[in-house]
Design a protein around this ligand. Structure first.
Ligand code: ZN
Length: 322
């Protein structure tokens, strides 16, 4: 290890996800995004996670056997000064393959979730990595409704008629603040940055049964308490700017995470003085100055305060920091 001005010079650190297999998962994360799991299908890859029991694994000779939470414990300096502003670790990054529809759901705010669940709430963002022809999502309501109208539509199974149905394509981006009712639907592959929380209130699950013949639990009462029943938030249409020949789109900035998309054609320098950066390749492949190759679907952790260079003929990367 080189020492420079007291700061260790650390190469980009590759992360391997904790994988989850839910009833709506498919085979795309294995076949198209290079992911591995013992299960035949994968619903979610938790690419950047310190969540208890579901932490990502560090795939690096120097930190052999580490999970991301252990890296945080041993090398808090890698994560940067900004992290000290948070009582709980703020962000979790996932890839999702919706081979079936996800339940219609809503997440609470921090205030509500800390009081009722002892966890953070969940504000999230989606970046569409890929979408089948005709694929759509549900994103908020198609107009304002009363809580009574929503409650009776959820009870009689007509709730999707009240939702804002949005057809999606690769590269589309949505901010999903806590309280926004939503569902990812069949045929979308998504990059999701979210608060580091697992609190979901299910509103409607299409009366589906799991392999044991049971319907999954709904949480309509809590959902109605936290839900914004006004019309859907504005969709994100981020402005692109060109930086040294590369195109940068600032996608979503919240108090928990900051996500941008970079189209690299040539060289791209990455430096963040006070926060870590997490790089996931959405298209193509790129090479770090360390020689590490970042292929489609790979996620790398870049410690704070160090300079990195990525080189690509043509690649699209997503970069999340605090
Ligand atoms: Zn959600």
């Amino acid at each position: 290890m080189e020492q420079e001005g007291g700061l260790m010079n650390v190469k980009p650190i590759k992360l391997l996800p904790a994988t989850k297999d839910y009833i709506w998962g498919g085979t795309k994360l294995k076949k198209l995004w290079g992911k591995r799991a013992d299960t035949p299908t994968i619903a979610e890859c938790w690419e950047f996670s310190v969540y208890p029991g579901s932490a990502s694994v560090v795939d690096d000779a120097m930190f052999k056997g580490y999970t991301l939470d252990k890296l945080l414990e041993k090398h808090p300096e890698f994560f940067g000064e900004k992290l000290k502003n948070y009582k709980k670790f703020p962000v979790l990054i996932k890839l999702l393959d919706a081979s079936g529809d996800l339940s219609v759901q809503v997440h609470p705010s921090d205030e509500y979730a800390l009081e009722h669940e002892g966890e953070l709430g969940k504000t999230e963002m989606w970046y569409i990595l890929d979408a089948d022809e005709g694929a759509y999502i549900y994103y908020g309501f198609n107009r304002g409704y009363t809580r009574e109208e929503v409650a009776s539509a959820a009870a009689n199974g007509s709730i999707t008629e009240l939702l804002n149905k949005v057809f999606v394509k690769k590269g589309d981006c949505f901010a999903v603040p806590a309280g926004t009712v939503h569902a990812l639907c069949r045929g979308v592959t998504v990059y999701e940055a979210q608060e580091n929380s697992n609190v979901t209130y299910r509103v409607w699950d299409y009366r589906r049964k799991d392999k044991n013949g049971r319907e999954r639990e709904l949480h309509l009462d809590k959902a109605l308490e936290v839900m914004d029943t006004g019309p859907a938030p504005m969709e994100q249409s981020a402005n692109a700017r060109t930086v040294n020949g590369n195109t940068v789109r600032k996608l979503v900035k919240t108090e928990y995470f900051n996500v941008k998309e970079v189209r690299i054609t040539g060289e791209y320098l990455m430096y963040s003085p006070d926060s870590f950066q997490v790089v996931t390749v959405a298209d193509g492949s790129a090479v770090f100055d360390s020689g590490a190759v970042a292929g489609k679907g790979d996620t790398y952790f870049l410690p704070a305060g160090q300079m990195y260079k990525l080189t690509a003929e043509s690649a699209v990367i997503l970069v999340t920091s605090l």
